[in-house]
Design a protein around this ligand. Structure first.
Ligand SMILES: [Zn+2]
Length: 109
């Protein structure tokens, strides 16, 4: 059953939930804010530095450059900048890490 739910949680978490957050936090500009949060998924580009680029049995958190605690700290600092788009990006990136971490837990990695 987890095999079926995991991809739904993963892609739903990465592609749909950012817009839900945006709708709650930036009511009037939710489309713009949602797109910025969605764009935070670009931190997955760090996978291109890894060999192999994608490994279903590997936990991204703590492995890839933009999925480590140093990066997470930078995303938290983005939240402190009083600009809606830096906050949207920081929150999107942190949410991305949370979704990826959920995957690791479900896979028992
Ligand atoms: Zn990721």
């Amino acid at each position: 059953m987890i095999e079926l739910f995991q991809p739904i949680l993963h892609y739903g978490g990465h592609f749909l939930v950012p817009f839900v957050f945006a709708a709650i936090l930036w009511r009037d500009d939710w489309k713009q804010a949602g797109l910025v949060m969605f764009a935070a998924n670009l931190i997955d580009l760090d996978h291109l530095l890894a060999e192999p680029i994608f490994d279903p049995d590997r936990c991204s958190i703590g492995f890839h450059l933009l999925h480590g605690w140093e990066a997470a700290l930078a995303y938290v600092l983005l939240l402190a900048i009083p600009r809606w788009w830096t906050r949207a990006f920081g929150l999107g990136a942190l949410w991305h890490l949370a979704v990826d971490y959920g995957d690791c837990l479900m896979q028992g990695l």
